[in-house]
Design a protein around this ligand. Structure first.
Ligand code: MIC
Ligand code: SF4
Length: 641
């Protein structure tokens, strides 16, 4: 039986367990990446593990999220991360260098390696044949400390591509099309492996755009083969020695196969407020636009920005539109400066933003009230832009650029003949923003904004509490722990941050938790989709949340809850969701025995005098972590005395 590329890499890295879907395995982690908004927690946790050296081949700490520095908080966090990086020999990428995923592709990704990142879009490197997985901060800290990551073996979904893209249709349209078919939970429990003749027509950064937004499908990761195109990209970066040829066996067995003819895809947009709310541009065009933003880890490659520049050449941005451009890396910015594209943007009236996440995570450029914003980004969740009632559409750089000129959502096909952008034969050399400096005695710098992270208690035998929130389907981590310019500086300060937990949908939530000493949360399908931020588990932990009962969970968030010692439970009978009301009192008994004997827990609703059943699904290691009261307690309890 032939093997998928995914299983080949997993097999190469297998430390323990059997490669059977649903089983827990431990794999060797070759590389890790962190960014600053999750990184402060990661490095606090790494410090708490008290290790002498890290076990990965390469680890990188990027500063790309909190770069506004409107107070001392961000700058202190950067200094803290830099000092820990120096202590362990972790490469440090200074603010201004660019967005972690684009930078990792350019500088460090190696086909066939494993990469674990404390950011949900880590799968971007899958465009280069890396098995790149996004995880919570504790998992990444543990991977650095031990070189290991535990995961449930996913099923492999093969997307077989044929044909080539039609003029003006881009990789972004491909992934939006896939989101339309599979939805934001279509990838949960799966790794998406691309293959077929159509792969050859996609550039490396096109592939990375597609694997980047596999995160929006809920997939564990997405991966492309490593071929001649991968070689050429690495060569242009002076890294051809990192190249290896990688592909699935010809007769590879997959759990599911979807065939897509690239030539059948048309230009697409994700409408407010979900990345899978996708329609064709034909059906959405004409919407008046106030703001256009080109950039983010999805679409800020050289090709993306050069295409936008080509469209804007000798044109002006519409007088009602604000156009912002944030290049993915300082290399790309330098190349745009050297080849005149930057000057084209400036002449057209664009605002040139820093090479960072910027507006994608609400760090600046919030739209006006009820404003319409067209973004080349990957998420358009309600309120994520910093403006609650803004309408955010996700589109390709081509659609964004032409719409900025017209002042309304326009199909780039209206431009006539397509413009082909040549891949650079040589990328600009620019390593001035990386620091690599190892000194185990380096003093760790801790500003006053950096507060200890909360640690749970050992799980008691019985839990009683009130339903402090009843939420619906597809609750995002942006809903649970909002992130924007006013809150991002407090990512290392859980006590402060927790006051804003769920604030976008229920301002009284944190007060209710205080008054009732925490309690339980009830939710619908795909609870916790979106980012990897463990703050969406740590803030509820700080507020006393003991268990979360939902119809289904998103993968990374469920892992973060387990690591925090909050029990993630799913309704056995989905109709029971309707039987629970906010402020009902629930009681769970015999928790340890229930978890250890199949995971089913009887929940008595004292208010309604009814009993429902919920279940925990996870490995025996997950159960031990929950019983210990979270991962850090578990590590302590398993350490030899
Ligand atoms: C995001 O895109 O939501 C983020 C900000 O990059 C997050 C990480 C975070 O919340 O810090 C992610 O995707 O994991
Ligand atoms: Fe940064 Fe946005 Fe990418 Fe998250 S999705 S890593 S905030 S650019």
């Amino acid at each position: 039986m032939g093997k998928s590329l995914t299983y080949k890499i997993l097999e190469d890295h297998l430390i323990s367990g059997e490669l059977v879907p649903g089983n827990e395995i431990a794999i060797k982690v070759d590389q890790t990446l962190t960014q600053d908004s999750t990184g402060t927690m990661v490095y606090l946790q790494l410090e708490a593990m008290d290790i002498k050296e890290i076990k990965t081949e390469l680890s990188v700490a990027y500063i790309d999220h909190n770069t506004l520095q409107i107070g001392f908080e961000n700058a202190d966090d950067h200094a803290f991360i830099k000092s820990v990086a120096a202590k362990y020999g972790i490469r440090f990428s200074k603010p201004g260098n660019g967005i972690c995923h684009q930078l990792h592709l350019e500088n460090f990704s190696i086909p066939g390696k494993t990469l674990l990142g404390s950011d949900s879009h880590t799968p971007t490197s899958g465009g280069m044949g890396v098995l790149a997985i996004g995880a919570g901060g504790l998992d990444v800290a543990t991977a650095m400390a031990s070189g290991t990551y535990y995961l449930k073996v996913p099923q492999v979904l093969n997307i077989k591509l044929s044909g080539a893209l039609s003029p003006w249709v881009s990789a972004k349209d491909v992934i939006l099309y896939i989101l339309k078919i599979l939805t934001v939970k279509g990838g949960v429990g799966k790794i998406i492996e691309y293959s077929g003749e159509g792969v050859k027509s996609l550039s490396l950064t096109d592939r990375a755009t597609i694997t980047n937004m596999g995160a929006e499908l809920g997939a564990t990761t997405s991966i492309f083969p490593s071929d001649e195109i991968t070689f050429q990209y690495l060569k242009a970066l002076g890294r051809e020695k990192n190249w290896v040829s990688l592909e699935a066996d010809e007769n590879a067995v997959y759990h599911e196969v979807i065939e897509i003819d690239l030539s059948s895809i048309v230009t697409m947009a994700a409408k407010p407020h979900s990345p899978d709310h996708v329609d064709t541009i034909t059906n959405t065009q004409g919407v008046k636009v106030d703001q256009v933003l080109i950039g983010s880890c999805t679409n800020s490659s050289y090709k993306d920005l050069m295409k936008a520049a080509a469209i804007l050449k000798n044109k002006k941005v519409h007088s009602d539109v604000d156009l912002g451009i944030s290049p993915g890396s300082s290399k790309i910015l330098k190349m745009l400066a050297d080849n005149g594209a930057l000057s084209t943007f400036i002449a057209a009236g664009a605002r040139i933003l820093e090479c960072s996440c910027g507006p994608c995570i609400g760090m600046g450029q919030s739209p006006k009230n009820n404003g319409v914003s067209l973004r080349t980004f990957n998420r358009n969740f309600c309120g994520r832009s910093g403006t609650k009632n803004a309408e955010v559409y996700l589109v390709s750089p081509e659609t964004a650029a032409i719409s900025a000129v017209k002042g309304y959502l326009e199909d780039p096909i209206s431009l006539g003949n397509d413009i082909v952008i040549e891949e650079p034969a040589l990328y600009a050399a620019n390593d001035s923003y990386f620091i690599f400096d190892k000194n185990i005695d380096n003093p760790v710098s801790m500003g006053p904004n950096i507060k200890p992270f909360p640690i749970n208690d050992v799980l008691p035998e019985e839990l009683e509490g009130k339903i402090v929130l009843k939420a619906g389907d597809n609750i995002t981590t942006d809903d649970i722990m909002p992130s924007h310019a006013k809150l991002l500086p407090y990512r290392s300060n859980i006590p402060y941050l927790s006051q804003f937990c769920f604030s976008g949908i229920d301002e009284e939530f944190w007060k209710r938790c205080k008054e009732n000493q925490g309690g339980f949360i009830v939710g619908g399908e795909n609870y916790g989709q979106g980012s990897s931020r463990e703050h969406a588990a740590l803030a509820p932990l700080y507020l006393g949340i003991k268990a979360i009962i939902v119809k289904s969970f998103a993968r990374i968030h469920k892992g973060n809850l387990i690591n925090s010692g909050i029990i993630p439970l799913e309704f056995v009978n989905l109709n029971d969701y309707a039987s629970i009301d906010p402020m009902d009192t629930l009681d769970m008994k015999n928790i340890k025995a229930s978890l250890e004997n199949g995971g089913k827990i009887e929940i008595y609703n004292k208010t309604k005098n009814t009993t429902i059943t919920a279940k925990f699904t996870g490995s025996s290691r997950d159960i031990d972590i929950l019983l210990a009261g979270g991962y850090l307690n578990y590590v302590k309890s398993t350490m030899p005395t």
